[in-house]
Design a protein around this ligand. Structure first.
Ligand SMILES: C[S@@+](CC[C@H](N)C(=O)[O-])C[C@H]1O[C@@H](n2cnc3c(N)ncnc32)[C@H](O)[C@@H]1O
Length: 208
């Protein structure tokens, strides 16, 4: 029997701006390596590419493809004046944009042939998506409306045996926003998913 792929990071991942722990990244990598190579993965919310690197390396190992969906204009909390705004991520026109940083990360990690960047909202992309998905990672907008729209747009497209990964699942509001855990609870209550991984604030569910 062949050994499962091991994670070897081609770049200094700590130098990539983002919101993911290394343990969460490793779990995403492992999840992507378990994908059937014909089943694509979809990431909602790439920012500067931190989670994209872990998922992309997993897809690269199994010769599958990752669609990294982000309009790259940031979520509500990234806009000027908001808690997670980073003034280094303003473009020449003074608008918030993670696109240049994201593309640099992808190229440096050698993932240009594995990751397909999709520059639009996740709901827009879901409207034209035709086939079952092996893995959906939800880490886009964190308002309740945004998180629910991502879930409702994509959960039904996950094939049996596929994975739904949700980031920033916090049981109490003192630790973080409650939109991701609301989506997580909806998925569990649907009876269509069972939890298989829990690492920091990441939950990975299997589609039954
Ligand atoms: C929390 S950050 C993602 C962090 C990233 N996964 C990481 O590992 O660092 C959220 C990202 O979602 C994007 N976003 C927000 N709403 C979106 C939507 N409706 N569709 C696609 N991307 C969205 C933002 O532009 C932002 O880059």
């Amino acid at each position: 029997m062949s050994q499962p792929p091991t994670l070897s990071l081609p770049i200094d991942i700590d130098a990539v701006k983002g919101f993911l722990s290394h343990a969460e990244g490793e779990a995403l990598f492992r999840c992507a390596t378990e994908l059937d190579h014909a089943a694509a993965a979809v990431e909602i919310g790439s920012y500067c590419g931190k989670s994209t690197v872990y998922l992309g390396l997993g897809c690269q190992a199994t010769k599958s493809t990752l669609f990294a969906v982000d309009h790259h204009r940031g979520s509500e909390e990234h806009q000027p004046g908001e808690m997670f705004h980073d003034p280094e991520l303003l473009d020449d026109a003074g608008a918030f944009s993670t696109l240049a940083s994201f593309r640099r990360t992808l190229s440096a990690a050698g993932l240009d042939d594995t990751v397909i960047p999709v520059l639009c909202s996740s709901a827009q992309f879901a409207r034209v998506w035709q086939s079952p998905v092996g893995l959906v990672f939800i880490d886009g907008g964190h308002s309740l409306d945004a998180a629910l729209l991502d879930y409702r747009s994509w959960a039904g497209l996950i094939k049996a045996g596929g994975r739904l990964a949700i980031h920033d699942v916090y049981p109490g509001s003192e630790a973080g926003g409650q939109a991701p855990i609301t989506v997580y609870r909806l998925a569990r209550a649907s009876g269509l998913f069972r939890e298989i991984v829990s690492v920091d604030s990441l939950r990975i569910l299997e589609r039954l």
